[in-house]
Ligand binder design. Structure first.
Ligand code: NAD
Length: 501
């Protein structure tokens, strides 16, 4: 592909253990969000490439499923080592296409390593149950078997962590996999495919297919695909869930979020302000577990807002690969426009823009906008209701914990929610009552370690349970066997023989 006279290298698909390209395919530009310039192109696969990718996964599925579970884990262990060895390179790939700071990208790689570590214990996760002598000479036992070809469709904001948290578990369980990464950040997936091959994964077990809506629909409808994992925005998650269910596929579809952090009057306000700044503006607010809403209880609001603004003003926007940057660019020009228009509308709907990121004029190019803080936000305003997915912190003021819980629990989303307090009673009540899948107490972004499951409530998740630890159930189906082996020596019950011998 050539843009403005510049030839752009094309990111290929990865099918049957090798890069695959076609000269006639439709392509899309990959833009460096820190400059706004195209840096590569990516193929947008149609039904023909979908067929190839699924056929590759299908032909590898049986041999992989019958590979002993510890042998599969050994390959994943080698992949883990490669992730660690190539950590800096992978972080650079993330930053170049997604824009986040290198420190953040390194954190993403570290969380991916953790997801692989969980997957290497597949023998433990897949162990079944055994009930001896449920009737005379009869035992019942269970085990779990892989589904076959599984598909992952992933968002732009975690080019490595979200795909790895899907496919590490799926592969460990004995499935083959077709990954359809975000077309905005496709390079990391192909590099992961190369590292899996280097780790010893047989050809065809893991495939990468680039594309947009057409590729996704063709994957869901494909008769040889058994299960769909999706992570992305709520409207698309809902549609993926509906379409997958229509064709009888097992589906988990994780959607968007609008996470709240409640600050109680007894909280350590400096710790709360630090937490708000990192959770609202880190990764430019483009995390599904970012905190775009602070619910401030009682008369601490003025002091907390002042402390938060003071810290946010010191936040430096800049390219993700510059050591001085605290926050990189947004993913696209339209994402910047969305943030600008949310701020434009907020004032007309009764809120006060205390810190205005539109005034950040330190960049001539790229999709930058500074941190914003909007106070006195009403819960019926557009700023509050929409997922902005950018660096805006909305402050909602309430009188007590009851009112705070009512606000949080009225949100249609339920990805994460946190409370900052020095009261164990308030913290426990919050954890017990709040409607969210991941809850933090004095922790702003409560993403659990991968040894727990991850997934939201409400409009943040449709279909089956989520990722990481929960993925073992999603990526397998259970089989329960009831067996009778009758004793050949007449009149002697098997348990009696065992006890006496
Ligand atoms: P997106 O929904 O636009 O895209 C996600 C994936 O779906 C991409 O691969 C894209 O190509 C594909 N897609 C887009 N539109 C589609 C359509 N109409 N039909 C079929 N496929 C389609 O999301 P995004 O902008 O890439 O990512 C940001 C969103 O993801 C945010 O809403 C964020 O909250 C959410 N997210 C959620 C979690 C979670 O764990 N719940 C984690 C990360 C991101």
């Amino acid at each position: 592909m050539t843009t403005n006279g510049v030839h752009l290298e094309t990111v290929p698909h990865w099918i049957a253990g090798a890069p695959v390209s076609s000269t006639s395919a439709t392509k899309s530009e990959i833009v460096d969000p820190a400059t706004g310039h195209p840096i590569r192109a990516v193929e947008l696969g149609g039904a023909d490439v979908v067929d190839k990718a699924v056929a590759s996964a299908r032909s590898a599925a049986e041999a992989w499923a019958s590979t002993p579970t510890p042998a599969r884990a050994t390959i994943l262990l080698a992949f883990r080592t490669l992730l660690l060895e190539h950590g800096e390179e992978l972080a650079s790939i993330i930053t170049a296409e997604q824009g986040k700071t290198l420190a953040d990208a390194r954190g993403e790689v570290a969380r991916s390593v953790e997801a692989v570590e969980v997957a290497t214990s597949a023998v433990q996760q897949l162990k079944g149950e055994f009930a001896e002598q449920v009737s005379r000479g009869v035992d019942t036992y269970s085990f779990r078997q892989p589904l076959g070809v599984c598909v992952g469709i992933t968002p732009f904001n975690f080019p490595i962590m979200v795909p790895v948290s899907m496919f590490a578990a799926a592969l460990a369980c004995g499935n083959s996999f077709v990954l359809k990464p975000s077309e905005k950040v496709p390079s990391a997936s192909v590099r992961l495919a190369q590292l899996l091959a280097e780790a010893g994964l047989p050809s065809g077990v893991f495939n990468v297919l680039h594309g947009g809506v057409d590729a996704v629909n063709a994957l869901i409808d494909h008769p040889d695909v058994a299960a769909i994992s999706f992570v992305g925005s709520t409207p698309v998650a809902r549609e993926i869930y509906r379409r997958s269910a229509d064709v009888g596929k097992k589906v988990q579809a994780l959607g968007g979020a609008n996470n709240h952090l409640v600050v109680m009057p007894d909280a350590d306000l400096d710790a709360a302000a630090d937490a708000l700044v990192s959770a609202a503006y880190g990764a430019a607010g483009q995390r599904c577990m970012a905190v775009p809403v602070a619910v401030v209880v009682g008369d601490i609001a003025d002091r907390l807002v002042a402390k938060t603004v003071q810290r946010a003003e010191a936040f430096r926007t800049g390219p993700g690969d510059a050591a001085s940057s605290d926050m990189g660019p947004l993913i696209s020009e339209s994402a910047v426009d969305r943030v600008r228009s949310a701020l434009d509308t907020a004032t007309g709907q009764g809120a006060t823009v205390v810190l205005d990121g539109r005034k950040d004029d330190t960049h001539d190019a790229g999709y930058f906008i500074g941190p914003s803080l909007v106070d006195h936000v009403q819960t019926d305003s557009d700023l509050y209701k929409d997922e902005i997915f950018g660096p805006i912190l909305s402050v909602v003021r309430v009188d007590d914990l009851d009112e705070a819980l009512r606000v949080v629990n009225a949100s249609p989303y339920g990805n994460g929610a946190s409370i900052f307090t020095t009261s164990g009673v308030a913290g426990r009540r919050f954890a017990h009552t709040v409607r969210a899948g991941s809850v933090g107490i004095n922790v702003p972004i409560p993403v659990p370690i991968s040894w727990f499951g991850f997934g939201g409530w409400g409009d943040s998740r449709f279909g089956d349970d989520g990722l990481n630890y929960d993925a073992y159930r999603f990526y397998t189906k259970a089989k329960v066997i009831t067996q009778r082996w009758t004793e050949t020596r007449q009149g002697v019950a098997p348990h009696f023989v065992a006890a006496g011998s």
